[in-house]
Design a protein around this ligand. Structure first.
Ligand code: NDP
Length: 396
């Protein structure tokens, strides 16, 4: 059962339909016509019978009715982070396993952290169900890369820098690469990173420097808070500092500043012509749909982990990354690389569960599972990765 027929849901539908481990597939979403369009394309391409359904995933009773009608083994939640808890509640009620790509966020507070979902651990454990959190690219592959580094290349990891570059060009003055509301909430927050056992908070975009990305070159990169940092520093306590860097162009930052200054990033209700509206939701309605960017998108994304630490008593540096081409992603699935790099790992994580490679009773972050079978298949699924040893990580 896939929930969410957006950019990421489109890629998940393609990858799940192409994988024979999944026998019966349903794509459910708020607007059924969007799910129908995706299912029609996928069914024609892979000779499948993907079914569709309408659901308001904010409603536990609606989800329970949906799960009872379709009896899924696992649900891949690629709706919005607001729906994580209702979907987890319905999973518990109906005995369904769970996977998502973004941690829970309350609608009325621009704040994301794992505490809400980790609080479900005992209930999933008691029910004998698996919940897999954060299985997109970042969070997702970023944490699986880190787990792979810990398993094979380090006795102790000390410094972790996750670096996320989108060097693509979609030809628009301003657009976001995934859901605009979630994206703008994320990138306008204060920066936060882990150092010497505590979180350090910065002003938004305060720390920045040029970093060099493979096949792309130098791009100005900014320290922002990203959710996988929270679970990684908990699961790898030898890490002394963990940061997340994202590239932004000047044009993007200027637009963002204006949007904030004029109040369009507000998440509280305002009165407009006798109706209450939330400015950022209104803004989403007038910004380009991220799915529509694919057609003219050129260039690549490059996301990876730069890690230093100790192996066999010696200092070592390590860089593991994937580059993904927007045009190639569009050719295969009709979406751009940001949706593609999220949807491929989500479908593959669910396949890991279906094949019994990733199982456990409780709530888990992806780095808690064996990274080897996942990474062995990530390349063949469309996201090949490269390792570099003892290189200049630039992030000292
Ligand atoms: P979109 O906005 O394109 O798609 C979201 C979909 O969810 C839409 O089809 C929407 O329906 C549906 N939806 C929203 N609310 C509900 C609801 N209450 N009930 C049922 N369906 C609902 O977003 P994206 O595809 O870009 O992103 C999907 C998820 O992926 C997000 O949670 C995002 O944070 C996450 N993500 C994770 C990344 C990672 O690397 N880990 C990177 C990028 C995104 P409708 O069509 O009616 O609006």
């Amino acid at each position: 059962m896939i929930i969410g027929a957006g950019g990421v849901g489109t890629v998940v539908a393609h990858k799940v339909a192409a994988n024979p481990v999944f026998t019966d597939i349903t794509l459910a979403s708020r607007t059924k016509s969007k799910a129908d369009a995706i299912a029609a394309e996928v069914n024609a391409k892979y000779g499948r019978n993907v079914k569709t359904a309408a659901v308001d995933a904010d409603s536990v009773p609606q989800l329970v009715a949906l799960f009872k009608a379709h009896t899924p083994d696992i649900v891949i939640n690629v709706a919005l982070p607001y729906q994580d808890l209702t979907i987890m509640d319905a999973c518990l009620e109906c005995g369904v396993n769970y996977l998502d790509t973004a941690n829970y966020e309350p609608k009325d507070e621009a704040k994301f952290e794992y505490s809400w979902q980790w609080a479900y651990h005992d209930r999933f454990k008691a029910a004998g169900l698996t919940a897999i959190l954060g299985c997109g690219f970042d969070p997702g592959v970023s944490a699986i890369f880190t787990a792979y580094a810990a398993k094979h290349h380090f006795d102790e990891m000390h410094y972790l820098d996750i670096v996320d570059c989108n060097a693509g060009n979609h030809g628009m003055a301003f657009a976001t690469n995934f859901n605009p509301e979630i994206n703008i909430r994320e990138v306008t927050q204060k920066g936060r990173y882990w150092e010497n056992g505590k979180w350090v908070t910065t002003e938004p975009h305060e720390i920045h420097m040029p970093l060099t990305y493979p096949e792309i070159g130098e791009r100005e990169s900014y320290v922002i808070f990203h959710e996988e940092l929270e679970s990684l520093v908990k699961n790898y306590p030898t890490i002394k500092r963990a940061r997340f860097w994202m590239t932004f162009g000047q044009e993007y930052l200027t637009h963002l500043r204006v949007i904030q200054n004029i109040g369009m990033a507000r998440i509280d209700e305002v009165e407009y012509n006798g109706t209450k509206i939330v400015p950022i939701q209104f803004l989403k309605a007038v910004l380009p749909d991220p799915k529509s960017l694919g057609e003219n998108y050129t260039g690549q994304t490059s996301i990876g982990c730069r890690i230093s630490g100790i192996k066999d008593g010696k200092e070592r540096t390590y860089y593991i990354y994937n580059n993904c081409d927007h045009e190639a992603a569009y050719k295969e699935t009709g979406t751009q690389a940001v949706s593609y790099t999220t949807g491929v790992p989500a479908a593959l994580g669910a396949a890991m569960w279906a094949r019994g490679e990733w199982r456990g009773a409780g709530v888990f972050n992806v780095e808690q599972f064996n990274p080897d079978p996942f990474l062995a298949e990530l390349g063949p699924q469309g996201l090949p990765w490269i390792e570099k040893f003892d290189v200049d990580l630039e992030v000292e």
